[in-house]
Design a protein around this ligand. Structure first.
Ligand code: DX5
Ligand code: ZN
Length: 218
């Protein structure tokens, strides 16, 4: 059974003065999710936005919200993001002492639980929860900023995970470009976060369509 190939543009580097245009562009460009990078200036050295802006984005798109929580103490915020309209809530394994309980809580809130791990974090740290989550996010950059370069050894983590779970949703996030998305897909990823390589171009709709075409035609 083939698994869905999904482009999830990250709005972190979108033009926030014209966010509705950006959201419409990726919808027309064939995106499957909107990826929201939630940063608290504590777990990562950057601050982005919270549940309030996420709720506004939810009103401006038909696409499911893919909320990537790069925050300390995620337990205190998952309910707010569920209320804001999140479809997927992803927590970083490095930010909680009670991952099992937190993932079950996210599902109780009616959202799809997902877990993310930083480049240097071993895959073993999430193997026990593979039956609880609907997706695993393999960070291919050190989190906190868009526009960084993909770290090659992270593709080996994707490859290992795909061998372990042939049908699981495996998301890759950070440094994805038109010239390396083929490698990420070949390694086994099927959900691709793309930020600056879409919103850093003059025509995000056409660029998003190129990415969508790439992953569905390869
Ligand atoms: C980084 C974020 C990524 C980032 C992707 O911490 O999790 O989602 O915004 O942006 P690009 O595609 O530019 O690396
Ligand atoms: Zn992200």
């Amino acid at each position: 059974m083939s698994i869905p190939q999904i482009i999830a543009p990250s709005v972190l580097n979108a033009d926030f003065l014209h966010l509705q245009e950006s959201l419409s562009a990726i919808e027309k460009g064939g995106a499957g999710y909107v990826h929201l990078d939630i940063m608290d200036g504590h777990f990562v050295p950057n601050i982005s936005f919270g549940p309030g802006v996420s709720a506004s984005i939810h009103k401006g798109t038909k696409l499911p919200l893919d909320c990537h929580l790069m925050i300390s103490n995620p337990e205190s915020y998952v309910e707010e993001f569920a209320k804001a309209g999140a479809s997927i809530i992803t927590v970083q394994v490095e930010t909680t002492n009670h991952l099992d309980r937190l993932l079950h809580r996210i599902r109780e809130l009616g959202c799809h639980p997902a877990v993310s791990l930083n480049p240097a974090t071993p895959l073993e740290s999430i193997l026990n929860v593979l039956d609880i989550v609907d997706m695993v996010l393999v960070m291919s950059v050190n989190p906190g900023f868009g526009g960084q370069s993909l770290i090659p050894y992270t593709l080996e983590k994707v490859r290992t995970l795909r061998k372990l779970r042939p049908q699981m949703n495996i998301q890759i996030d950070g440094g994805i470009k038109l010239d390396n998305i083929g490698q990420a897909k070949e390694a086994g990823a099927n959900v691709f976060v793309v930020g600056s390589a879409i919103f850093g171009t003059s025509n995000p709709e056409a660029t998003c369509r190129e990415f969508t075409h790439q992953v569905t035609s390869l």
